[in-house]
Each structure stands twice: as structure tokens, then as C-alpha cells.
Design a protein around this ligand. Sequence first.
Ligand SMILES: CCCCCCCCCCCCCCCC(=O)SCCNC(=O)CCNC(=O)[C@H](O)C(C)(C)COP(=O)(O)OP(=O)(O)OC[C@H]1O[C@@H](n2cnc3c(N)ncnc32)[C@H](O)[C@@H]1OP(=O)(O)O
Length: 213
Amino acid sequence: MTGSTAPAAAPQGAPAPLPRPAAPPPTTPPADAVLPPRAPGAPAPGTPIEPHYDLCFGCGPQRPDGLQLTAVAGEGLTVDARFTVRAVHQGGPGLAHGGLLTTAMDETLGTLNWLLHAPAVTGRLETDFVRPVPVDSELHIHAWVTGVHGRKVYSAAEGRIGGPDGPVAIRAQALFIQVKLEHFTTHGRPEDIKKALDDPDLFKRARAFEVNP
Ligand SMILES: CCCCCCCCCCCCCCCC(=O)SCCNC(=O)CCNC(=O)[C@H](O)C(C)(C)COP(=O)(O)OP(=O)(O)OC[C@H]1O[C@@H](n2cnc3c(N)ncnc32)[C@H](O)[C@@H]1OP(=O)(O)O
């Protein structure tokens, strides 16, 4: 017993302590954030939002092992999505892998940007896992924009098991950053970019990059 209350010095070579999180968290919109109206031409409430890219792991119909998540535009800046947890999505025996649940939240939150008609990518995504999700469950995800500040789009989502009123299994908050088309054309693998741009379906071509045609 030394009698000292000072924190012990980190041993030499130890990793630096993690920085204390700044308050408020970076996924909380600042006070002067706004809630813009839906973009003209955004899908009407109740309308399905088609997959943005056939090979997307989250929503692509050509990804048999993907989530094949489906989404419907809600009122205002909201989206409702569903996906069924299958055996290929397991983490623990018979239970959904947490990373895949996070992917489902990311995908749904990303779809909100279609209502704003501006391409955006995930900058930060925070998830809280509230209860385990068994294989064969249908996860119902409700997502909403919480504010827009310059290029930053703040949003939140809740995933429930079995139905829109089922028990909450997962919650998420995100910060998306709006980007130009060049973000994708500069960084993506050229053959995939070309394939997406060559798609004769104008809607799919626009959705691949989340931009206006
Ligand atoms: C071929 C087909 C392809 C198809 C493709 C289609 C894609 C359509 C997607 C739709 C479907 C959904 C799917 C799921 C969505 C993904 O999963 S997207 C993939 C995952 N995300 C990424 O790959 C993003 C990687 N990161 C980046 O590229 C860059 O860091 C970013 C996010 C573009 C930001 O870089 P930047 O444009 O240089 O902007 P920067 O000035 O650094 O930051 C702008 C502001 O945001 C803040 N910020 C940036 N990052 C963060 C952060 N992590 N935390 C807090 N604040 C941050 C900055 O502090 C700054 O704040 P202010 O100073 O303005 O107050």
C-alpha cells in the first residue's frame, strides 16, 4: 500500500490509452442540423426501394450468400427494411453473426440517402446489440434521418425480431458523408465500375452510385 491515488504510469511499450470520447458522440447531429424535405422524385411512402447494385452484399439479388435485404420508403426521411437470417449468416450456433447484423443496419441507413438523392458513404456506424437473433428470424429495421449538416447525414435505426412491433434486437446510429461520383470511380475496381455504368437500366445505373441519372 503506497497511499498514492495517482493513476499508475503505463509500462514502457504499452499502447497509448484510447482517447476519451468527445461529447456529444460524432453520430449525434449538432444543434444547427436540419431535416430537409424529401428530394423531388424520391420514392413515395410505401414504395419499394430497388437494390442499388445487383452484387451488393447487403441488397443485391445476385448475392446468394448476401443478406438480400429489401427496403420500402416510409413517411418523411424514413425507410423500413427486412431481412431473414439464414444459416450462412451464423456466428454462434443457430445465431446471427453480429457483424452481419451491423451490415444490415449499414445497408438500411445507407438507403436513407436515396430519399435525399445524394451519394453518401458510411463514415461512422455505432451499434448496440440488445438481444441475440436466431437463424430463421426475420429482422425488421426502421431507419430515420436525424439531421443533415453540410455534407454530413446523421441517422439512426432500430431492428426488431419477427415484426415491426417485435422485441428490439439491435440499435444503430450513423454518420454518412456525402461524396461525389468520383469517390466510386476513383477508388472502385475498374471492371466493376464499368459494368455498373454500362447497365442499360438507367434507374439501376443511378442507384449503383446513389445519384441522380
Ligand atoms: C461499382 C458500384 C459501386 C456502388 C457503390 C454504391 C454505394 C452507395 C452506398 C449506398 C448503399 C449503402 C451501403 C452501405 C454504405 C457503405 O457501406 S459505404 C462503404 C463504407 N464507407 C467507406 O468506404 C468510406 C471510407 N471513407 C472515406 O472515403 C472518407 O473518409 C470519407 C467518409 C468520404 C470522408 O472523407 P472526405 O470526403 O475527405 O471528408 P472529410 O473532410 O474528411 O470529412 C467531412 C466531415 O465529416 C467528418 N467525418 C469524416 N469521417 C468521420 C468519422 N469517421 N467520424 C466522425 N466524423 C467524420 C469530418 O470530421 C468532417 O467534418 P466537418 O469538418 O465538415 O465538420
